[in-house]
Design a protein around this ligand. Structure first.
Ligand code: SAH
Ligand code: DHB
Ligand code: MG
Length: 222
């Protein structure tokens, strides 16, 4: 099976079920024009995040890794009018693009993009005793996924769903002696999730326009 085939099937799925609109298309187009890396979730993945957040009836969402706000828009569209989404982004210029994309989608009232290292922003949320989030999407630097996960648990309630992107990386996750700190980070993430008694989890391998990768799903228990 080839990347072309995965691309074609993703296009088929998007055409049949996902749809598109000016806000989503514009977010990708303006992100690309600004030179941001083209690593947003695929449209069918974005809609999966949206459906998960809706199924949970999420009112508070935390996203770690904003980029141009594409996944942010999918997630924020799952929220009621009085819901809120906080998205954490290291790069102030990315955050600025994301805010514009979010505003074009009419979501500026529910979305707040916080600039800075996610670790600091998470520690701040914890020390501020932020209300627990219903859905947390981990998608920033892979090196720190384990630390983001542990902090996410502190920002959760029983029933919170934590989703992690990019947890397979073409199967590189198998390589215990991989030199790439991102792969090591993902492996430490699995260890941290597996060792945490307060959660129950799985991960799913995916193929599509984003290549061969995967998502982790972690439910915080009572
Ligand atoms: N969730 C986005 C994609 C995020 S890409 C989407 O699907 O549309 C990963 C993002 O994490 C990048 O924008 C990158 O700048 C950001 N990032 C990298 N290191 C970070 C850090 N230490 N703290 C916060 N964000 C970080
Ligand atoms: C990369 C990051 C992502 O979050 C992603 O979904 C794909 C690729 C990257 O840093 O290469
Ligand atoms: Mg990702």
């Amino acid at each position: 099976m080839s990347q072309t085939r995965w691309d074609d099937v993703d296009a088929f799925i998007v055409d049949a079920l996902v749809g598109s609109d000016d806000a989503l298309d514009g977010a990708l187009a303006d992100s690309r024009a600004a030179g941001l890396p083209e690593i947003a979730v695929a449209p069918n993945q974005g809609k999966l995040l949206h459906l998960i957040a809706r199924a949970i009836r999420a009112r508070r969402i935390l996203e770690i890794g904003t980029l141009g706000g594409y996944s942010t828009i999918w997630l924020a569209r799952a929220l009621p009018d009085d819901g809120s989404l906080i998205s954490l982004e290291l790069d102030p210029s990315y955050a600025e693009i994301a805010r514009k994309n979010v505003a074009r989608a009419g979501l500026q009232k529910v979305v707040e993009v916080r600039v800075g290292p996610a670790m600091d922003s998470l520690d701040e949320l914890i020390s501020d005793r932020a209300d627990p989030f219903d859905v947390i999407f981990i998608d920033a630097d892979k090196d720190n996924y384990a630390e983001y996960f542990m902090r996410s648990v502190e920002l959760s309630r029983p029933g919170t769903l934590i989703v992690g992107d990019n947890v397979v990386r073409e199967g590189d996750v198998l390589d215990a002696s991989h030199s790439d700190p991102r792969v090591r980070g993902i492996r430490r993430f699995y260890q941290a999730v597996g060792a945490e008694p307060r959660v129950t989890a799985t991960a799913i391998q995916t193929v599509g326009t984003k290549g061969y990768d995967g998502f982790a799903f972690v439910l915080v228990e009572g």
